[in-house]
Design a protein. Structure first.
Lengths: 113, 114
C-alpha cells in the first residue's frame, strides 16, 4: 500500500536560515505532489503543486523539488521567519486520473528569532 | 469569493448517536473531499465526491457515509458514534478531482463523543 513519510516530526531553525523538509513516498508513482501549511486548530492551506514532469517549482521564498527516481520531494523555505512556524504537510496524489490525495503526518517547523 | 464553510463548528455527541456535518464548497468547485484529523493518526481521507458521485473512498467503516447535492454542497454522516470518532472533520473543495488541483479547506467541525 502507499506510504508517505515526512523526514521528522519537528524541525527547529533560526530566523534567516533555510528550512528543508523532506517527503518520501513508497509503493507507487504519484503524478502530482502538493504541499500544505497547517496552523493549530485550522484547516490546511495550499502552498504549491508540482507535477511529475517538473523538477522544481518556486513561489516567493518557497521552493519544491520532485525527484521521481528517488521518490522524494524536498520543500525549502528560504530566509525563514517566525511567522513560518507551522506544520507542513506533503500530499502526493494517488497516481492516476482518479483524484484523491494521501497526506503525510507533517513536519512541525519552529523558527526562532 | 467566499471560502469553504462548515457547520456546525463544534459538536458534542454521546456514544451511539448519529451526526450530520455540512460543507459548502467555494462557488464553482465541483469536488468535495472529507478528512478526519486526530493527533494520533494525522489527516485521514474519508471520501471524495465529484458532481454528486462518490469517486474515492478511504478505509473507514460503513458507519461513515456522505453525499453531494446538485449545488455541490456536501454532507457526511456518522452513525452509531464511538469514542474514537472524536476528531476534527475537515472538508476541502477543488475545481476538479483532488489530485491534480489545489484543495481549499474549511475551518473544520470539532466533534467530541462522550
Amino acid at each position: 500500500s502507499q506510504k508517505i513519510e515526512q523526514n521528522s516530526e519537528a524541525l527547529n531553525i533560526q530566523e534567516g536560515k533555510t528550512a528543508t523538509l523532506t517527503c518520501n513516498y513508497t509503493n507507487y508513482s504519484p503524478a502530482y505532489l502538493q504541499w500544505y501549511r497547517q496552523d493549530p486548530g485550522r484547516g490546511p492551506v495550499f502552498l504549491l503543486l508540482i507535477r511529475e514532469n517538473e523538477k522544481e517549482k518556486r513561489k516567493e521564498r518557497l521552493k519544491v523539488t520532485f525527484d521521481t527516481t528517488l521518490k522524494q520531494s524536498l520543500f525549502h523555505i528560504t530566509a525563514s521567519q517566525p511567522a513560518d512556524s507551522a506544520t507542513y504537510l506533503c500530499a502526493p496524489d494517488r497516481g492516476s486520473t482518479l483524484g484523491r490525495l494521501y497526506f503525510g503526518r507533517g513536519t512541525q517547523l519552529t523558527v526562532w528569532p | 469569493k467566499a471560502g469553504v464553510t462548515q457547520t456546525p463548528r463544534y459538536l458534542i455527541k454521546t456514544r451511539g448517536q448519529q451526526v450530520t456535518l455540512s460543507c459548502s464548497p467555494i462557488s464553482g468547485h465541483r469536488s468535495v473531499s472529507w478528512y478526519q484529523q486526530t493527533p494520533g493518526q494525522g489527516l485521514q481521507f474519508l471520501f471524495e465526491y465529484f458532481s454528486e458521485t462518490q469517486r474515492n473512498k478511504g478505509n473507514f467503516p460503513g458507519r461513515f457515509s456522505g453525499r453531494q447535492f446538485s449545488n455541490s454542497r456536501s454532507e457526511m454522516n456518522v452513525s452509531t458514534l464511538e469514542l474514537g470518532d472524536s476528531a476534527l472533520y475537515l472538508c476541502a473543495s477543488s475545481i476538479g478531482l483532488a489530485g491534480a488541483y489545489e484543495q481549499y479547506f474549511g475551518p473544520g467541525t470539532r466533534l467530541t463523543v462522550t
